[in-house]
Design a protein around this ligand. Sequence first.
Ligand SMILES: Nc1ncnc2c1ncn2[C@@H]1O[C@H](COP(=O)(O)OP(=O)(O)O)[C@@H](O)[C@H]1O
Ligand SMILES: [Mg+2]
Length: 298
Amino acid sequence: MSEALPASVAAVAAGLRSAGYLPGESTALVSFLAARLGKPILVEGPAGVGKTELAKAMARTLDRPLVRLQCYEGLDEAKALYEWNYRRQLLRIQAEAAGTGWDAVQDDIFGEEFLLARPLMTAIASEEPVVLLVDEIDKTDQEFEAMLLELLSDFQISIPELGRIEARTQPVVLLTSNNSRELTEALKRRCLYLWLDYPELEHELEIVRLHAPDLSEALGRRLVEIVHQIRELDLKKPPSIAESIDWARALLLLGADDIDADTFRETMSIIVKHRTDLDTVAARVGVQLGHGDALPSP
Ligand SMILES: Nc1ncnc2c1ncn2[C@@H]1O[C@H](COP(=O)(O)OP(=O)(O)O)[C@@H](O)[C@H]1O
Ligand SMILES: [Mg+2]
């Protein structure tokens, strides 16, 4: 699909699949609309449901470089946009022959050569179109969000000493959020919204088997059924797709061909990672497996 934007929702779905990502219906639809309308996608949902991976898969299917900004508390413009390479500027000033006027030095040290481009600027300045991933935007503060908003509406950056840098190509932008805080309405208005949740049973089975191809259909189905059952419980942190995949790989390594009570007890810490959750799950699911009861069908 390289370069050209996708022609239909089906084409996006097929493209993502061939890039190793199995999209749900709304994922394919929103990705298509975003690429064609030139709008950013805000992907929200619990951890481990494929938000980051969607951006990576988009980059692969559109055959574009991925530029990633990983957000964290305290992230500022210097780390997200650009900063001057002070060390290099100092060296240049020192190397300058004595008697050179300040004006000449200044023209020199505020050139592009002394600029450190951070991800947002890299995405804007890129000659070839990129996919820009702003990952876990909910970890930053509202000020940062406002700066980002401006950037996303104009696709340009003003550098006082250097002038304006405008986007030459339109990046496909994905923002992800684990929903740890409410994002501003202004940001939401600017974006198409995609809520990614834990997938349906059949969909998750397909994803798990994609990542653990040696897993038998029967064992995979049993695994996903148990994971879905665990998600019904009131846990601090329900297992995500990432954990289902890890569990599948672990069972393969251990040569398990079924998940009986013993296997479950030995391996449950791969999918449940809180002390209290472990107790709940052992009592509710472990006991049930121990009695050899059939799991309730979904
Ligand atoms: N629809 C999907 N198709 C293929 N793999 C998926 C899908 N959803 C999730 N995964 C896999 O699940 C794991 C977790 O995904 P990730 O994108 O890191 O989650 P998040 O960013 O939502 O926390 C990754 O290994 C990813 O490849
Ligand atoms: Mg992520």
